[in-house]
Design a protein around this ligand. Structure first.
Ligand code: BDR
Ligand code: CA
Length: 308
């Protein structure tokens, strides 16, 4: 399976990248960075750092959009630390970003690999929306876009109603979810039910460089989530989306039309699915409804154990 990762790396983005590099059936063809947890330029460097750590330093990483489509970039709070990787002072990557923008790279690779690429998008959807605007046939050129984003029935996280990735660029999300692309939406409805324990990483700290990295960067994440989950455990949102991109059978889905609210009020960034009993259930988006949390966590642990 050939994958392009579009990410704002980010602790859980890092875990998603690590899982994908470790999976024997996955080839990461390229990555694009997007602003979100950190601005797009440092997100590209974090992505390179993680890929190099996992022995995938040859993967091209293009810098993506610096701002959302319509409104100014409002940085998130301290979920991932100022550097995006838990303020752990990671060394700079050996390599640098690839030429061109993430959206241009996505269009070029989609044309070169028609029907084969799956995009795993774990940040705001600006790059994917820009790629769709650059290449209106994108929906026929990509296999699928698996998005970590949204809160359909669950509460939001960045606001009472909105999940951070969708809230970051609702106009882009609206475009992507209604573009004809085959999209899987992996939102807080399922990711909040997958709780990774700090202890599971701690015991891997001395086993490998990847284990040491995962354990170190995640401390900040567990600090952030502890008051919310009431234990040293946290939902690795982006990792869940990455696992479902490769192992979709670990979830159940509704076929739905997803509306993204772009109004300039407290509903901004809310993802809405019509739950009325007579509503259309043949919409274009596969919305993850339930997940096998235990198997997702086990598959992540197996991946981590296989990394150098
Ligand atoms: C999403 O927001 C980011 O902070 C995480 O990396 C994840 O992509 C969760 O709402
Ligand atoms: Ca992310």
């Amino acid at each position: 399976m050939e994958v392009i990762v579009d990410c704002d790396t980010g602790i859980d983005d890092a875990f998603a990248l690590m899982y994908l590099t470790a999976h024997p059936q996955v080839t990461i063809v390229a990555a694009g960075s997007i602003w979100g947890n950190v601005p797009a330029a440092p997100a590209a460097l974090n992505t390179l750092r993680v890929l190099e750590l996992c022995g995938a330093g040859g993967v091209p990483v293009a810098v993506g959009a610096a701002t959302p489509l319509a409104k100014a970039f409002i940085p998130y709070d301290g979920v991932h630390g100022a550097d995006g990787l838990g303020n752990t002072g990671q060394p700079a990557p050996a390599g640098g970003p690839a030429a061109g923008s993430a959206a241009e790279q996505l269009v070029r690779l989609a044309r070169e690999h028609p029907g084969r690429l799956t995009v795993v998008a774990t940040g705001p959807l600006t790059n994917v929306a820009l790629a769709h605007l650059l290449e209106p046939r994108l929906s026929t050129l990509l296999n699928r876009v698996v998005v970590m984003g949204g809160a359909v029935d669950a509460p939001g996280n960045v606001t009472a109603l909105a999940e951070a990735n969708i809230w970051g660029d609702p106009e882009a999300a609206k475009l992507v979810l209604n573009s004809g692309l085959a999209v899987t939406l992996v939102g807080l409805d399922v990711t909040m039910g997958v709780l990774l324990e700090e202890e599971a990483l701690r015991v891997r700290r001395d086993r490998s460089a990847a284990g040491a990295f995962a354990s170190a960067v995640a401390k900040q994440y567990f600090d952030f989530y502890e008051p919310r989950t009431l234990r040293r455990a946290a939902p690795p949102h982006d990792l869940v989306a990455a696992v479902l991109a490769v192992e979709p059978e670990l979830a159940t889905y509704d076929q739905a039309t997803v509306e993204v609210l772009t109004s300039d009020d407290t509903a901004r960034g809310k993802t809405v699915v019509d739950r009325r009993s007579w509503a259309d259930r043949t919409g274009p988006v596969s919305v993850a409804r339930t997940v096998d949390a235990e198997r997702i966590l086990r598959t992540w642990m197996d991946a981590l154990d296989s990394l150098p």
